[in-house]
Design a protein around this ligand. Structure first.
Ligand SMILES: C[S@@+](CC[C@H](N)C(=O)[O-])C[C@H]1O[C@@H](n2cnc3c(N)ncnc32)[C@H](O)[C@@H]1O
Length: 465
């Protein structure tokens, strides 16, 4: 972002009245000042505000709210009032939950209108599936630990900085994860365990990671440290055993790198098990400290049911789970399919997928390390023609080579799970040559954030049958 003024009549610090027209993809309010697009953090549609310009870029202006002249009826008091606007993960806390759910459909609509895939005006955009209680859902807390004013603090960085915000409460976290974090933070202070100092690269405890199993209530606690030695280890473990018996796995990860990467290469056990076990959609998963796992288990169950429903696999049909992570989607389909094949670029994720298959006695699922855009064409060349395809790509969307492979092979059944409406709409431009969009079902995996997740059911057009 440049501080240079590109618009001869707009300056940083300038204030002007602004009517907010809609919310943008990151949840910011959007208005127009002299035909220039203005993004205003925290402003809501239909509000009339006085905006104060904070930055100017060639094609847009960023601003903050100076005053609100006319408030939206959808505006609510953020639950995390002390932290709202300072840390990420709660950027829509000022918007009512029905308003958030409506926003998540609207963002998809805006993306479709921008990219205009074939027939987009007729797409069945279904209302977002929300949570009965859109708080206390995150099963994992990964909080930095630092000393602030002589006290041990644990939390997230101030947005766009490395200044830590000590989160005493955080309403999107499952309460047990916060309880463990605060207990350990206080214990580290009481025992005067040296806390990491980023500037000097000194001290020992860098990060606390706590993950809770939704199904068992057990928790895993990992200390990420700058040295192998964890001072007062015995006392810490004994206190945890007495006061937090639900913590069944205590691990230590050694990370002596002076970088922003959370994890070092070595993880070892301090007490209890190496894993916690999670059961989801009838499947059991062993979660090691670093294993990727969905962060909102209650909604994940609904997401997998949506995929199953959209595919309606017959027992003789094979399915590819592209971008499979630890294999959860494909494994949840395995009992309805003849064969599941999945791929991911992360070797540790594939190792977990294979282990998860074995743990659940699933013998018809195979996983390979590699890029979807390379492996799918390879499998097709080798004569494997899947009946169904599920793609769950990262925010970048589908690679061109993968799109070409899909358009060439045209699997009969196709579900696209997207976490970015913009790349989804872009990819649909190509895909809609061969597939029609049956429906787009958004599901709220991250309440209070602007993140959007959607399940798209595509149907091969008749001419290709
Ligand atoms: C949105 S996550 C999907 C997670 C998984 N489907 C689940 O439900 O847990 C995207 C995954 O794509 C993987 N990935 C990124 N680029 C890839 C590529 N080119 N080919 C295959 N996998 C890729 C990432 O490692 C990540 O696990």
């Amino acid at each position: 972002m440049s501080e240079v003024t590109y618009f001869h009549d707009i300056q940083v610090g300038q204030r002007f009245p602004l009517t907010i027209k809609r919310l943008g993809i990151n949840g910011e309010g959007i208005g127009y000042y002299k035909r220039t697009i203005v993004f205003v953090t925290g402003a809501l549609p239909e509000e009339v505000i006085v905006a104060e310009v904070t930055a100017i870029a060639p094609k847009f202006v960023n601003a903050k709210i100076h005053t609100i002249r006319q408030k939206s009826t959808q505006r609510v008091e953020p639950r995390d009032a002390d932290y709202y606007g300072h840390v990420g993960g709660i950027e829509l806390e000022h918007l009512s939950y029905p308003g958030q759910l409506a926003f998540k459909v609207d963002v998809i609509r805006q993306s479709l209108e921008k990219f205009k895939p074939r027939g987009y005006q007729g797409y069945d955009l279904r209302p977002t599936i929300g949570m009965a209680d859109p708080h206390g859902y995150r099963n994992k807390a990964q909080f930095q630990v630092r000393e602030i004013d002589g006290h041990v603090a644990a939390g997230l960085y101030h947005e766009h900085s490395h200044q830590l915000v000590d989160l005493k409460t955080f309403s999107t976290q499952r309460p047990a994860t916060m309880h463990v974090i605060r207990y350990v933070t206080n214990l580290l202070e009481e025992l005067a365990v040296p806390i990491y100092n980023e500037e000097q690269n000194s001290g020992i405890v860098k990060t606390l990671v706590v993950r809770e199993s939704f199904s068992t209530g057990h928790l895993q606690l990992t200390f990420v440290t700058n040295s192998r030695k964890l001072p007062h280890k015995r006392e810490i473990l004994s206190r945890l055993q007495t006061d937090l018996p639900q913590v069944t796995s205590v691990m230590q990860n050694l990370n002596q790198n002076h970088t922003s990467l959370i994890w070092g290469d070595e993880t070892f056990n301090l007490a209890g098990d190496n894993y916690i076990t999670e059961t989801l959609a009838g499947l059991t998963f062993k979660l090691s400290a670093q294993a990727f796992f969905q962060l909102n288990p209650a909604q994940t169950i609904k997401l997998y049911a949506l995929v199953r429903d959209a595919l309606q696999l017959a027992p003789h049909e094979s399915v590819v789970d592209a971008y499979c992570g630890v294999g959860t989607i494909g494994l949840s389909l395995a009992d309805t399919a003849s064969e599941v094949r999945g791929m991911d670029i992360i070797p540790a994720a594939i190792a977990d997928a294979q282990e998860n298959a074995a743990l659940n006695q699933i013998t018809n699922a195979k996983y390979e390390v590699g890029k979807a855009e390379e492996l799918l064409p390879q499998w097709l060349k080798d004569g494997f023609e899947p009946d169904a395809l599920v793609v769950d790509p990262p925010r970048l969307g589908l690679d061109q080579a993968l799109l070409n492979a899909i358009l060439d092979s045209r699997p009969q059944k196709f579900v696209y799970i997207s976490c970015n409406p913009s790349t989804l709409a872009r990819d649909l431009v190509k895909l809609s040559d061969v597939y029609s969009v049956d429906y787009i079902q958004s599901i709220d995996m991250f309440p209070q954030t602007a993140r959007v997740e959607a399940v798209v059911r595509l149907e091969k057009k008749n001419i290709y049958r």
